[in-house]
Design a protein around this ligand. Structure first.
Ligand code: BG6
Length: 287
């Protein structure tokens, strides 16, 4: 970073696999790193604090790959709920850097993905997607906005697939989901109901909760992270557990204990957009 970059509060440097990595530092010292590949936020450190996102030490960084960890952007298909590859293409392609805006203490990076011949092969629609990653105080707010630039309507599902670093998943729980119906993706998509006040992680957990409240809490060894969402009606709580992790080449064997995913999701009902219409959803993490 040279002096002018430091003044602007950001720099773009070659990261893992030579992929461009955008590093943003707010005035109070809080920090985020975002790969243009997939617009994947891979690091968030609130001022004076430790890393709050999990990034696998054996994550794959390269064209066509999805980075394992951070906050992958899932669009235009959540999971296998459609004909595309799991979680769609947005996390596997290069996004364009638009800029970094500063207003008071807030510093926000904006990245953009537009349809191309490559995306059209998968999904024959014209769109503009923008991801805004905003640092302010002890919060990280990530907004995904999608505009239909086509002449006809389209529908999609989407998520911000946030990997939160925890000291030990077995000692971690999520609060705020009691009473909700969920699709249990670890049990062939059967429908369940959350009766307990908290979701614990005794093994594999893969649940799509419908109509989740706007605020959840992750309690990890006495530390609380508040997870807010707006515009994303649903939430996914995911941890692969030991057996699934053993079959994943981009995680180390013990990694299932080092993170839990709490995802802001729009998948219970697809988002429908007419020509010229725009949708947006935000997930905010408060340390
Ligand atoms: C979660 C899904 O959102 O993502 C899980 O609910 C899936 O079913 C997980 O296993 C990870 O997906 P991927 O494609 O990154 O391995």
């Amino acid at each position: 970073m040279d002096a002018s970059d430091a003044d602007r509060g950001f720099s773009i440097e070659p990261g893992a696999g030579g992929l461009p990595s955008l590093r943003v530092t707010a005035r109070d010292g809080s920090f985020a790193e975002i790969y243009l590949h997939g617009a994947t936020v891979v690091s968030w450190k609130p001022a004076g604090d430790t890393e709050r996102l999990f990034l696998s030490r054996v994550a794959r960084f390269g064209p066509g790959e999805a980075i394992r960890g951070g906050v992958p952007v899932v669009f235009p298909q959540f999971s296998t709920l459609g004909p595309l590859r799991q979680h769609g293409f947005a996390r596997r392609v290069a996004w364009e850097f638009v800029g970094v805006e500063s207003q008071g203490e807030r510093r926000a990076a904006v990245l953009r993905l537009q349809d191309s011949a490559e995306t059209q092969r998968d999904w024959p629609h014209r769109f503009v997607a923008e991801l805004t990653v905003a640092l302010e105080g002890r919060s990280l707010a990530i907004t995904l906005a999608v505009t239909n630039t086509d002449s006809g309507p389209f529908s999609f599902t989407a998520a911000l697939h946030t990997y939160l670093a925890v000291a030990d998943a077995a000692q971690t729980h999520v609060e705020g989901l009691a009473g909700l119906r969920y699709r249990d993706q670890a049990a062939s998509g059967s429908i369940g109901q959350q009766t307990a006040a908290r979701v614990d992680f005794p093994g594999e957990i893969d649940r799509l909760y419908f109509n989740a409240p706007p605020e959840l809490r992750l309690i990890d060894a006495g530390r609380t992270t508040v997870i807010r969402s707006a515009g994303f009606p649903d939430a996914v709580v995911w941890n692969p557990g030991a057996a699934k992790t053993a079959g994943m080449t981009d995680l180390e064997p013990g990694d299932y204990r080092r993170f839990v995913c709490v995802e802001a999701v729009a998948a219970g009902a697809p988002v429908e957009l007419g020509p010229g219409e725009k949708w947006q959803g935000t997930q905010t993490l408060l340390a």
